[in-house]
Ligand binder design. Structure first.
Ligand code: ADP
Ligand code: MG
Length: 432
């Protein structure tokens, strides 16, 4: 509940504080803003722009010893893939990803206003009007995410933050999921009091309905000051959730009660969806049509989104390339470099890769031409006629990690050369 820019939590005894550290020459770390199960979040200053940002740091799963304590690389990759896919005024935005040998850092919008729950009064609640104000922003964000095939799956107070202007920012997509063609999910996730009943039955669930349920619990808590389903015993709490029985406090308006009955409906098929919520009288009460329309469209952000988000990812060479460099996780598909271009992650010096590329070219009778002074290419492989068959460059990402970028020439011959000769030369198959 700390207001993010003011009081920052101090490091636990015996823990080294990174305050003052400058990451990759650009971000100066400040105090600890919060910590979650897998990461620590620090206040930081972008030395280039002077802007304050939040940096979520994970132990690099590739670092020795990190794998046991930290999050699996696939989980960090998934969170980043999700964040990159979202740009909405009520979702914390990912600026970039940095990696050092020991850590992976997400540079995020700073939610300088702290947690939404810092706004409750002494009795632990807020007025119905204020709850409605934030619930609208929450539904706006959730609806946006769902429309893009992203499901949060851990909507709860700790993950609902405020920016310096007091606007809601949904954070922490660490348990998020991306649509995979309508399959029901079986992963048990979320936080007990906010978890939908169908998750408890483990029969598979629609993640959109699960998010809607959690939004309902949040709304109830904001306006009531206590949880709708609660019990000292977890088993009893689950029973109450499963039965979907809750009682609204006397001060709830009839319209709010009606909405909550629809949102906290134990049968997901009968539960209201985001569009239904938006059309509900309690949700619309007091808002002008333009206001509602703006909230629901997400303003200019809408136009920004492109389904080809994978291409965006391919353009940035960051921590992922380092994470992906492991026999167990091949992110090449995620980074799919697009028509005519290939990217391959390797762990060898550029010189070794390029000399194999040159040898493969010569063997095929191509002219080999190397440019650049740093030994990283590009190397051009050309036909007698001057047509380019391939251009190969190496980008160094970290001590032992490079990305080899291959721009293929046009035509069947160049394509065949890539699959038959060049690809094996760039990354020889691992013999197990
Ligand atoms: P985890 O995935 O480990 O739960 P979170 O992303 O939820 O990590 O971050 C942990 C805590 O750090 C949050 O509950 C919040 O207090 C703080 N925090 C996270 N992101 C930001 C941010 N962008 N700005 C300010 N504080 C943040
Ligand atoms: Mg969290």
């Amino acid at each position: 509940m700390s207001p993010a820019t003011g009081a920052v939590a101090s490091a636990a005894p015996g823990e080294e504080s990174p305050a003052g550290t400058v990451l990759l020459g650009r971000y100066e770390l400040g105090g600890l803003l919060g910590r979650g199960a897998s990461a620590k979040v620090y206040l930081a200053r972008d030395l280039l722009t002077g802007e304050s940002v939040a940096i979520k740091s994970f132990p690099n799963p590739r670092a020795s010893g990190g794998a046991e304590e930290g999050r699996r690389p696939a989980a960090i990759e998934r969170e980043a893939a999700i964040l990159r896919r979202l740009r909405h005024r009520h979702v914390v935005r990912l600026h970039e990803i940095l990696a050092t040998r020991k850590k992976v850092h997400f540079v995020l919008d700073l939610a300088a206003g702290g947690e939404l729950f810092s706004l409750v009064d002494a009795s632990g609640r807020m007025t119905e009007d204020l709850a409605r104000h934030y619930f609208r922003q929450l539904i706006s964000a959730v609806r946006y995410c769902h429309a893009r095939g992203v499901f949060h799956r851990d909507i709860k107070p700790e993950n609902l933050l405020l920016d310096e202007a007091g606007a809601l920012k949904v954070a922490d997509f660490g348990l998020g999921a991306v649509a995979d063609g309508g399959n029901l999910r079986h992963t048990l996730c979320g936080t007990p009091a906010y978890v939908a009943p169908e998750i408890l039955s483990r029969k598979g669930y629609d993640p959109a309905k699960v998010d809607i349920w959690s939004c309902g619990v949040v709304l109830f808590v904001l306006a009531a000051g206590y949880l709708p389903f609660n019990d000292a015993s977890l088993v009893n709490m689950y029973r109450k959730i499963y039965a979907g029985k809750f009682r609204c406090p006397s001060w709830f308006s009839p319209a709010l009660r009606d909405l909550l009955r629809r949102v906290l409906h134990p049968n997901p098929d009968a539960r209201i969806d985001a569009d239904g919520i938006v059309a509900h009288p309690w949700f619309c009460d007091g808002a002008s049509d333009e206001e509602l329309a703006r909230l629901m469209v997400g303003g200019h952000e809408e136009a920004w989104f492109k389904p080809e988000f994978k291409e965006d990812m391919a353009r940035e060479m960051t921590a992922f390339d380092i994470l992906s460099f492991s026999p167990g996780s091949d992110l090449s598909a995620l980074f799919g470099a697009g028509p005519g271009k290939e990217r391959v992650f390797v762990s060898e010096p550029a010189a070794d890769v390029l000399s194999r590329v040159e040898a493969a070219g010569r063997k095929e009778g191509y002219r080999v031409r190397r440019e650049g002074k740093r030994g990283t290419g590009p190397v051009y492989l050309e036909e007698e006629s001057g047509g380019i068959v391939a251009k190969v460059s190496v980008f160094k990402l970290a001590d032992a990690v490079c990305v080899v970028e291959v721009v293929k020439g046009d035509g069947a011959e160049a394509a065949l050369f890539w699959t038959e000769r060049l690809q094996p030369a760039v990354k020889p198959p691992v013999l197990s």
